[in-house]
Design a protein around this ligand. Structure first.
Ligand code: DX5
Ligand code: ZN
Length: 219
């Protein structure tokens, strides 16, 4: 198994100093920068749009992992692609035609991800798995940082891992929500390739980021 990659979620950063925060997590060893985009409609919170992604782009060369929690999503894909997203992840519930949405992301030259809410079954992937680069398993209900990890999602990670391996695909599994130093190893053992962490990355302030990130890489 490859070493796990860590994708700090800037949702837990200081929004008044977002550029500096992105530089700090880059230097602290972040593999990807996870950007949570919320619209107050698909999820009960509002965060940032493509303008902020574009403003942050010069601050790091690490991949921007853009998690879109917006619906309908299709009309915003080009704006996030142009703003500098590298990976664009959508929820199946965020539009009527998931397969078409994935094709659109790929036509924009970006990697495509599909995100499964805690109640959304892995089965949702059956006819799109070979089209995607990433499956994002939500281990909290999307909308807020700082929630507790939902243990049942470990089974979903295992199921998705089996499905990917059985098909011989190179799709990454990313886990998002409530990840900390106490549960990261279980997520890794279940088959996760990338861990998102907001609270656990930013806790304690900039002097702690490097230790926080390395503490999420497991044993
Ligand atoms: C939740 C977001 C997550 C979340 C992670 O809707 O998708 O990325 O902010 O934050 P923590 O690690 O604090 O659960
Ligand atoms: Zn996220």
């Amino acid at each position: 198994q490859k070493p796990v990659r860590i994708a700090p979620s800037i949702l837990s950063a200081d929004f008044a100093r977002l550029g500096e925060e992105v530089r700090a997590i880059d230097q602290a060893g972040a593999d990807w920068i996870h950007v949570d985009v919320m619209d107050g409609h698909f999820v009960p919170n509002i965060t940032i749009g493509p303008g902020v992604v574009k403003a942050l782009r010069p601050h790091t060369s690490k991949p921007f992992d853009v998690h879109l929690m917006i619906s309908p999503v299709d009309d915003f894909l080009a704006a996030f692609a142009e703003a500098g997203a590298d990976i664009i992840t959508v929820h199946p519930e965020a539009g009527p035609h998931l397969h078409r949405t994935i094709q659109r992301i790929k036509a924009l030259g970006k990697k495509a991800g599909v995100s499964l809410n805690p109640a959304t079954p892995a089965k949702m992937l059956d006819y799109v798995l070979e089209e995607v680069d990433l499956v994002l398993v939500m281990s909290v209900n999307p909308g807020f940082g700082g929630q507790s990890f939902i243990e049942s999602q470990l089974r979903k990670i295992e199921a998705v891992r089996k499905q990917i391996d059985k098909a011989g695909l190179a799709v990454d599994i990313e886990v998002d929500g409530g990840i900390d130093a106490g549960n990261c190893q279980r997520a890794i053992d279940s088959g996760a390739d990338v861990l998102v962490a907001g609270t656990a990355t930013f806790r304690g302030g900039p002097t702690q980021y490097a230790a926080n990130i390395s503490g999420l890489r497991g044993r």
